[in-house]
Structure formats: C-alpha cells, structure tokens
Ligand binder design. Structure first.
Ligand code: DQA
Length: 138
C-alpha cells in the first residue's frame, strides 16, 4: 500500500510555528515515528507552500496511490482548485488538521475540501496524521 502525506502552506514551520497551537515537534521528526509505526506501508511525504504545486502533486499520485492524507493548511478554507484536483483523481483523500478548526476563528470553519474528501480528522495534534493513515488500513 502506498500513501502520500501532503502538507500545504506554513506546515514546513511545524515545531517553530505557534507552538501553543501546533506543538513543538517538526514534521520531519514526526514522520520518522510514523514510518517506523507503519513499516508495512509505503509512506511518502511532500510539502509545498504553493497552491499549484499541491494541485500538481495530487495529479501526479492521484491515479496510482492508495490514499492521500492531506493537510492543505489555509488553502482548506479558500481553494476551489485543490478541491477540483481531489474530485478529479481516483485516489481517496482524507483531510486532516492538527488543530480543531471549529474551536478557532470563523473563517477556519469553512472547508472547500471536506465535501470532496473521503473523511475528515481534526483536532488531535500530529496524531491526526496517524489516524488519517490508519483510516486506509483494514
Ligand atoms: C491547519 C488549520 C488551518 O486553519 C491553518 O491555516 C493551518 C493548519 C491545522 O492543521 O490545524 O495552516 O490546517
């Protein structure tokens, strides 16, 4: 099984960025523990701050991978292009968020991605990614 973890804008700053919301661990550190835990799964990781690059990555893997666990960051709340990319591929996408966006500002309550994703996991810190991966296992 092949799964891509796809991170959007500002998630390269995890560990440094607003640690009271997003924690102190970098994604690279967390990804190592995730790979160790799911050694039977081919786990890939890609991050971009650019909307078009995220769209390109969804197109690239979206007809061959078994799943995408995606945290599109702020593009969650704005991007019709990413939503269309998710709709346009055959690989199921699970939307994840580190924080519980529904406890936060009103503008974070709207997701363009939720209606086109297989499911949504949010509010469990970095563990949200693990739960996203888990959702693809039997
Ligand atoms: C986030 C929530 C978004 O509102 C925010 O723009 C992010 C991170 C999360 O993982 O909690 O960049 O997706």
């Amino acid at each position: 099984m092949k799964i891509l973890i796809l991170n959007g804008p500002n998630l390269n700053l995890l560990g440094k960025r607003e640690p009271e919301i997003y924690g102190t661990e970098t994604f690279e550190q967390y990804f190592e523990t995730l790979k160790a835990k799911y050694s039977g799964i081919e786990l890939m990781y890609f991050q971009s701050n650019s909307e078009g690059t995220l769209v390109d990555k969804i197109h690239e893997v979206g007809f061959s991978y078994d799943g995408i666990v995606m945290n599109a960051g702020a593009y969650t709340h704005t991007s019709v292009a990413i939503a269309d990319a998710v709709s346009g591929v055959t690989t199921p996408v699970v939307e994840v968020h580190i924080s519980n966006v529904h406890k936060r500002e009103e503008f974070r309550h709207k997701s363009y991605l939720s209606p086109v994703c297989k499911g949504v996991i949010l509010g469990f810190g970095l563990k949200s990614y693990e739960l996203g991966v888990e959702s693809f296992t039997k």
